[in-house]
Design a protein around this ligand. Structure first.
Ligand code: SF4
Length: 140
């Protein structure tokens, strides 16, 4: 059994209304019995469809909780030690290697508490790609 979020993860972090509806439908038909667990996970995520709820749905259902999540993400991003990131980047460049693995860099920044939007801005990656990798790395 495979969930649609595993086979078509791009739908779950798309900004296209039709994709988002397809993702929600995928949750309704999910064969993994994770609907409730995924909804709970969604309340820890600023972006994406989880358990049939999009970010806009979560925001509409509980604006205060969603705003608190956004604020917490912003504060976590501010707390991140930018010096560590810069040092890593310099180490890679000094190493003489062509370029850092972009996916590893994105996952590292996410693990440090950056939001997908922040990571996209820092790395120059497309926000959708960052969200897709974040989604792949998550466990719900
Ligand atoms: S997000 Fe959760 S409920 Fe939705 S398809 Fe994926 S595993 Fe199933």
């Amino acid at each position: 059994m495979t969930a649609l979020c595993d086979t078509r993860p791009e739908l779950y972090f798309s900004e296209d209304a039709a994709d988002i509806e397809a993702a929600k439908d995928g949750c309704l038909d999910c064969p993994l019995s994770r609907y409730n667990a995924c909804q709970a996970e969604g309340w820890r995520q600023e972006f994406g469809v989880f358990g049939g709820l999009s970010a806009n749905d979560r925001q509409a259902r509980d604006p205060e909780a969603y705003a608190a999540l956004v604020k917490a993400n912003e504060e976590a991003a501010k707390r991140t030690d930018r010096g560590i990131i810069a040092a890593r980047e310099l180490a890679v460049m000094d190493d003489g290697k062509a370029s850092p693995d972009p996916k590893a860099r994105v996952l590292s920044l996410l693990a440090e508490g950056k939001t997908p939007t922040e990571v996209a801005r820092i790395t120059g990656m497309k926000p959708g790609t960052v969200r897709q990798w974040a989604f792949r790395a998550r466990s719900c």
